[in-house]
Design a binder for this molecule. Structure first.
Ligand code: 6R9
Length: 666
């Protein structure tokens, strides 16, 4: 077992979890997935993927070669084929006579709605692609998208894909600084944003963060951005830079609704998505077109049992996360699905908002995160009980391990005790779902992602890379290349190799602890590195530590993720104040003031999502002789446990000092 895995308390529960829910015969009889898929893929893995790529994706130039792994660990899938991702997501459905099918049921937080058919989407995406081209965007140029959940967000991504201009979506909750560094790293030519979006019943501005991110800053390179395209959503006032800023409606509404999609090579970059790593600098995860689209469509069809003619699908993820890319935009649209797109928060204007939407649109497939489920559990069963949820027939979970209790609640209260739950394990890096039950085939187990999908090879290994026996625990690895795998870290091939391929020879190291049960099913146990998972969002301890240390009063900081019932993990920070500020924290009021200041500082530097739940001012940090902070011990403190073995500390009295300090009334 990895020593520093983060979810130790729940491991005990997991080991005793023995319930299983076999599929009903009625579900199995109509299921897309068949048990034979596992055998087919095992017998001829590459042939299996080639079949998926031909069946689910339309190629303008068919590929003849499935996988080229000669440049490992950078894979080339379907490399001599050509295609366009936006054409696959939109135009081909219109050409097949499905133009009138609803692609998006948009629901704004204030209650405004918009119904977008595939034919509408084709016109909108074409107009937006023409508008981007008139702003100078060409195939290969990068476009940063910083938007709330709007129809325009989906349109913007597809317009980029139509031109072959890789997009990089930055979550709207990230700060100007985070946005600046991502724009700079991607060397973006255009930024697409909005005046603001609706959040918890009020307009929340976005454009000022873009203005700040693009303003000249000492020590920062001059920006590469030539234009900012601004969607009018809330109507709030915005500052305007003439010549640079352009309203979306001015550029897009009048543009031609005819646009020829650019057919790109399968390995042409589709997007860059930044994610937290173990060092402070976010990693630009690079995905290409053909393999990514194949696996996004394949997983969406089989894992969710999608029947595009009759299902209404809803994935609650924001497009700023990879789940929004693969399971709001590319997977569902490639499969011609009808989906719900919701702008706001689950409790605005009331705590039943999600369930109201399920009832209103007769949602049949719901894909969400454990943190949301636990929040709903906290609000009580009465809330969903007030709505008709009988349309739901498949439930999905993603983002972090789902504890058996939340799984059972999800099944019983939301799924009416019948809808199968698919607990889907994957990462920004994997591009699409890798480990998940298949509804209609797998007998599901509460809390386990269970089995690698047909075509995927995963294992759990020990420190020496040996596969652990059933019942054993270790590290999750992926043993064979897969179509949607990342093709690298933008501009940093060495970091790609070091991060994922250096731990175990020839195996992809996912950074997650896992165990195999007696049936060989996989149970995920959380991160084994210094990446936290807060409400299903990855945050780097190092990144938050550097943000804290950049504040004048802080000398040193250590951040840990402490187990939290609702958010999975919560950020807890330990800080040492600089000598000249040390006395500020000697009174409870003073300490509170410092804590508030630091929390805001982190929000500004990274984004509100990274704000520490608790900040503890301490006199020292526990360090090993080599100077590495022993986060395990701090986690013990943060989770109110007896502090574990501290013998490898350079100074073993440090923990007493910390514990004593914290016992003082504050
Ligand atoms: C899709 C996504 C990836 C990390 C991953 C793991 C955790 C995601 C999970 C899960 C247990 C699941 N994770 N799904 N852990 N069970 N079903 O979340 O991508 O934001 O890159 O996070 O999330 O720790 O390594 P990303």
């Amino acid at each position: 077992m990895p020593e520093n895995e983060t979810t130790a308390p729940s491991l005990e529960n997991l080991l005793h979890e023995t319930r299983a829910f076999p599929p009903s015969s009625a579900f199995a009889a109509q299921a897309n997935a068949q048990p034979s898929m596992y055998e087919d893929a095992a017998a001829d893995r590459l042939g299996f993927w080639a079949t998926q790529a031909r069946d689910l994706v339309t190629w303008s130039t068919p590929f003849t070669q499935t996988l080229d792994w000669s440049g490992a660990p950078v894979a080339r899938w379907f490399a001599d084929g050509k295609l366009n991702a936006a054409y696959n997501a939109v135009d081909r459905h219109v050409e097949a006579g499905l133009g009138d099918r609803v692609a998006l049921h948009f629901e704004g937080e204030p209650g405004d709605t918009r119904t977008v058919t595939y034919a509408d989407l084709q016109r909108e995406v074409s107009r937006a692609a023409n508008a981007l081209e008139s702003l100078g965007v060409r195939t290969g140029d990068r476009v940063v998208i910083y938007l709330p959940m709007l129809v325009e967000s989906v349109v913007a991504m597809l317009a980029c894909a139509r031109i072959g201009a890789p997009h990089s979506v930055v979550f709207g909750g990230f700060s100007a600084d985070a946005l600046r560094s991502r724009i700079a790293d991607a060397e973006a030519k255009v930024v697409i944003t909005a005046d603001g979006g609706y959040r918890r019943g009020a307009p929340s501005a976005l454009k000022p963060a873009v203005d700040e991110a693009l303003a000249p800053k000492e020590g920062a390179p001059a920006t590469t951005v030539e234009h900012v395209l601004v969607v009018r959503r809330t109507g709030q006032d915005v500052d305007w830079t003439e010549g640079r800023d352009v309203w979306w409606h001015d550029a897009v509404d009048g543009a031609s609704e005819v646009h020829e999609p650019v057919q790109v090579e399968a390995e042409h970059p589709l997007f860059i998505l930044y994610t937290s790593g173990t060092t402070g600098k976010p990693k630009g995860i690079l995905h290409t077109t053909g393999g990514y689209l194949t696996q996004a469509a394949y997983t969406h069809k089989y894992v969710f049992d999608l029947k595009p003619e009759s299902d209404v699908y809803w994935c609650t993820a924001d497009i700023g996360w990879v789940t929004g890319h693969s399971y709001v935009v590319y997977g569902p649209l490639a499969n011609g699905a009808t989906q719900v797109l919701y702008e706001g928060t689950p409790d605005t204007p009331h705590r039943g908002r999600w369930w109201e939407l399920v009832e209103k649109y007769k949602v049949s497939i719901l894909y969400t995160a454990p943190t949301a489920i636990r929040t709903c559990m906290k609000w009580g069963e009465d809330v969903p009980a007030g709505f008709d949820l009988s349309s739901l027939r498949v439930l999905g979970s993603v983002g972090e391990p789902i504890n058996p209790e939340a799984w059972m609640w999800y099944r019983r209260v939301i799924g009416g005790d019948t809808a199968p739950i698919v607990d889907t394990w994957w990462q920004t890096e994997t591009g699409a779902i890798m480990i998940s039950p298949l509804p209609g085939v797998t007998a599901t187990k509460p809390g386990s992602a269970q089995v690698a999908l047909p075509g995927i090879v995963a294992d759990v290994v020990d420190d020496e890379a040996h596969s652990v026996p059933d019942g054993g625990g270790g590290y999750l690895v992926l043993s064979e290349p897969w179509p949607a795998m990342l093709r690298g870290i933008w501009g940093d091939l060495q970091r790609f190799k070091d991060t994922y391929w250096s731990r175990f020879e020839g195996l992809y190291f996912a950074g997650d602890g896992a165990k195999k049960d007696e049936d060989g099913d996989i149970w995920l146990l959380g991160r084994v590195d210094d990446v936290m998972n807060v409400s299903g969002h990855r945050l780097s301890t190092t990144e938050i530590e550097s943000a804290l240390v950049s504040h004048d009063v802080v000398a040193e900081a250590a951040v840990v993720g402490a187990a939290d019932d609702t958010t999975g993990q919560a950020v807890v920070a330990f800080v040492i104040l600089r000598g000249e500020h040390a006395d500020r924290a000697t009174t409870p009021e003073g300490a509170e003031e410092v804590q508030a200041e630091l929390r805001n500082h982190v929000a500004v530097q990274i984004g509100p999502i990274a704000k520490p739940r608790r900040i503890l001012v301490v006199p020292e940090l526990p360090k090993t002789r080599s100077g590495k902070i022993m986060r395990r011990l701090l986690r013990d403190v943060a989770e109110n446990r007896t502090v574990g073995d501290a013998t490898t500390l350079a100074d073993s009295s440090v923990m007493d000092l910390i514990s004593a300090g914290l016992k003082k009334p504050s």
